[in-house]
Each structure stands twice: as structure tokens, then as C-alpha cells.
Design a protein around this ligand. Structure first.
Ligand SMILES: NC(=O)c1ccc[n+]([C@@H]2O[C@H](COP(=O)([O-])OP(=O)(O)OC[C@H]3O[C@@H](n4cnc5c(N)ncnc54)[C@H](O)[C@@H]3O)[C@@H](O)[C@H]2O)c1
Length: 364
């Protein structure tokens, strides 16, 4: 009755299967991929799992109550909609959909069918990002002035989405979770070199108003892999290097302040550089994807709203959609024009939804 199925066993799906096997044991019962080679590869590793090449067979099963979808981005919406329509809770890979209209439809459908809709914004479940959120919320950095992020490597070039839709969901979900703010406008600039019309290099800028600006470099063609995000505050800054095995998060007390020496001459200023301590907080050693599947199953069993629910997914898709418009207009600024009320995080024009969980279980 409460069995779990995974659809899509390409590059990422087997990681979900491995974690579900560890967390859910025999509750993981069915795997599905339309490519028989992928099915065989998983069946060799987990011979007790039932296999099918047809997603409809998964949706028709009465023993399956939850479905994990790890297929290409363009297929998320039809598969998630069919799963929800047949009464299943869904965990969908990022980004949830390719348009905000589709995301809104899934949110409304899941609400009506009383099933869980969760998106795999996996970095939200990483101890590093949770620590950064705690430090920012505690006011350790002072007001945040900028976010600067580089996410580049020789990437798995996708044929259905560009580098923005592939990589930026990670950064956008991180800043959404850490800053708890929605940007006012977006600008994106990019170029396609490998596949026509599919940008493989992109630069994305979010303007939050009040001086806070965030910039993201996204690139599938870089010979080196870099995963760096800096949160710059007026008091302290955080440097987050996801590839550092030991000290992923470092807090810097360095900064500068400027003193105006004379009101009559604006060029006469005194710059005071502050080079302070650097410290690296202790981080738990857990695989974020394991936390994702644990949280999903917990929400399925308890009816709780996931931290990365449909609304969190919609916020990311809204920004991607606006960024895509900007990309087509050669980097022109696009206003987001959506007000998310500060206490509920529900955009005004979104169908009613259950209130989001305030905190991750391990923070409670
Ligand atoms: N969270 C992360 O860090 C992370 C990392 C990589 C990929 N992803 C996401 O995972 C998803 C899959 O990416 P990937 O790189 O594994 O893609 P992939 O192309 O390697 O694998 C997709 C698989 O889905 C199967 N498939 C496609 N349509 C199907 C259908 N209708 N029914 C059954 N099977 C179907 C394909 O045969 C293929 O085996 C994407 O949404 C991607 O954004 C997430």
C-alpha cells in the first residue's frame, strides 16, 4: 500500500535508488525506465526490485503511494501530473517544470488530491547550506550585500534545457533558502557553442532591491570544476566551497569601511581595512540526497509539507523563466513583478496551498 517507485534510471536516478534502498528498504518496490539497458543495469544490482519500461504501469499500481521522478526536465510535468492524478505523492527532480504555469498546475492538483509534492532541491538538505542559513538568520554577517557564485565544469550537456535551467536551480534554491527573499528583477546573458539554441555558458544576475545583488556564473564548458559561493555581509562574509572535503564553509571577519573626511570634497575618504579571524564551523557528514529521500518519506507518512514544496519549486521556476526571457533579449533586465508575502511565502496569484514547513526537521 505504501510502496515507492522510481522513474528514470539514467545518470541521477541510480543515486535516488541507492538512497531509497538504504532509507526505505523493501518499501522501494518498483523501478521504471523506458530504456531496457538502464532497467537491466539496476536489476543486476537490486534483483528483488520489480521493473517496467512503462510509467503508466507504475501509476496504475494500487500498492504504490509515492513516485520519484528522475527523467529529463521536459518530461517532469506530464509524468508528475499523471502520478498526482492517480493519487501518488511525488518527489520530482529539479527544476520542477519548464514553466511557472505548469508548476502552479501541479501545486493545485497536489493540494486537491491531498498528496505531497516535493522537488529535489538537494543543496537545501546539505549541512553546509543549512549552516549558512543559520548564520545568516542569526545576523552573524550583518545585512547581506552580495552573493557571488561560480558553478562551472565540463558538464553533461542536455538537449532539452540550457545550462541555466540545468545548473542555476541549485544556486537559486540555495539563495531562496538562505536569504528568504525573492528578487525584484533578473538579467541573464549567455551563448550557445555546442548545440544550437542551447546556451552552455550563462551569467545570471538577481537584483533584490535595497542594495542586495546576486551573480551566478554557469558553464558546461569549463576544463576545471568550481563550486564557489560567497555571501558578503557588512560585518562578515561566508565563502562556501562545496568541493572542499573538510572546510566547505568559512566565515571571514574581513571587510572595509569608508570614512568621509570632508563634506566639501567627496574624494577625501579614509578606507579602513579590517582583516579579522577566519573560522570553519563543524558540519555533519551526511549525504544530502539521503536527507532528501528521508524528508520525502517523512512527509508522505505524516502529511507534513516538505521544506522544498511546490511553492519553493515555483519560486525557482519563476526566476528561470524570467532569466530565459532576458537571455533572449541579450541580457535585458526583466522585472519579476511577483510579491511573495513575507510571512507565508505564498505569491499572491498562486492557488491556495498548505503553509510551508518553517524549518527542516533537524533544525527544529
Ligand atoms: N539534484 C541533482 O543534483 C541532479 C543531478 C543530476 C541530474 N538531476 C536531474 O535529474 C533528472 C535526470 O537527469 P539525468 O542526468 O539522470 O538524465 P538522463 O538522461 O541520464 O536519464 C534520464 C532517464 O529517464 C529515462 N526516461 C525518459 N523519459 C522516460 C519516461 N517517459 N518513462 C520512463 N523513463 C524515461 C531515460 O530513458 C533515461 O534513462 C533531470 O531532471 C536533472 O535535472 C539532478
Amino acid at each position: 500500500m505504501n510502496a515507492v517507485a522510481v522513474i528514470g534510471l539514467g545518470y541521477w536516478g541510480p543515486n535516488l535508488v541507492r538512497n531509497l534502498h538504504q532509507v526505505a528498504g523493501p518499501r522501494l518496490r518498483v523501478v521504471c525506465d523506458r530504456d531496457p539497458m538502464r532497467l537491466q543495469a539496476i536489476a543486476r544490482q537490486y534483483p528483488w526490485l520489480e521493473t517496467t519500461p512503462r510509467a503508466e504501469e507504475v501509476f496504475a499500481r494500487r500498492d504504490v503511494s509515492a513516485v520519484v521522478i528522475a527523467t529529463p526536465v521536459s518530461t517532469h510535468f506530464p509524468l508528475a501530473r499523471a502520478a498526482i492524478q492517480s493519487g501518488k505523492s511525488v518527489l520530482v527532480e529539479k527544476p520542477l517544470t519548464t514553466s511557472s504555469a505548469q508548476a502552479e498546475e501541479l501545486i493545485e492538483l497536489a493540494y486537491r488530491r491531498s498528496v505531497v509534492l516535493m522537488v529535489d532541491h538537494v543543496f537545501v538538505f546539505s549541512p553546509a547550506v543549512q549552516k549558512i542559513r543559520q548564520l545568516v538568520a542569526a545576523g552573524q554577517l550583518g545585512p547581506i550585500r552580495f552573493v557571488d557564485s561560480v558553478r562551472i565544469n565540463l558538464g553533461l550537456v542536455q538537449s532539452d534545457v540550457n545550462v541555466l535551467w540545468d545548473l542555476a536551480p541549485h544556486d537559486l534554491s540555495i539563495v531562496d533558502y538562505v536569504l528568504d527573499r525573492f528578487p525584484e528583477s533578473v538579467a541573464a546573458y549567455g551563448k550557445a557553442h555546442v548545440l544550437p539554441g542551447i546556451e552552455d555558458v550563462a551569467y545570471l544576475t538577481l537584483d533584490y532591491g535595497g542594495g542586495l545583488v546576486a551573480n551566478f556564473h554557469l558553464n558546461w564548458l569549463s576544463p576545471v570544476k568550481i563550486r564557489y559561493t560567497i555571501f558578503g555581509g557588512s560585518q562578515r562574509s561566508i565563502v562556501y566551497n562545496d568541493l572542499d572535503p573538510v572546510e566547505k564553509v568559512k566565515v571571514y571577519s574581513s571587510g572595509l569601511s569608508v570614512q568621509q573626511l570632508g563634506a566639501e570634497d567627496r574624494r577625501r575618504v579614509l578606507v579602513d581595512y579590517r582583516t579579522g579571524d577566519v573560522w570553519a564551523p563543524h558540519l555533519e557528514k551526511v549525504e544530502p540526497l539521503r536527507q532528501v529521500v528521508e524528508h520525502f518519506l517523512h512527509c508522505v507518512d505524516s502529511g507534513e509539507t516538505p521544506v522544498t514544496d511546490g511553492l519553493a519549486a515555483l519560486r525557482v521556476v519563476r526566476i528561470l523563466e524570467a532569466a530565459q526571457q532576458s537571455l533572449r533579449r541579450d541580457g535585458q533586465r526583466v522585472e519579476l513583478g511577483v510579491r511573495f508575502s513575507s510571512d507565508s511565502a505564498v505569491p499572491e496569484n498562486t492557488p491556495a496551498a498548505r503553509p510551508p514547513a518553517e524549518k527542516l526537521p533537524q533544525e527544529a
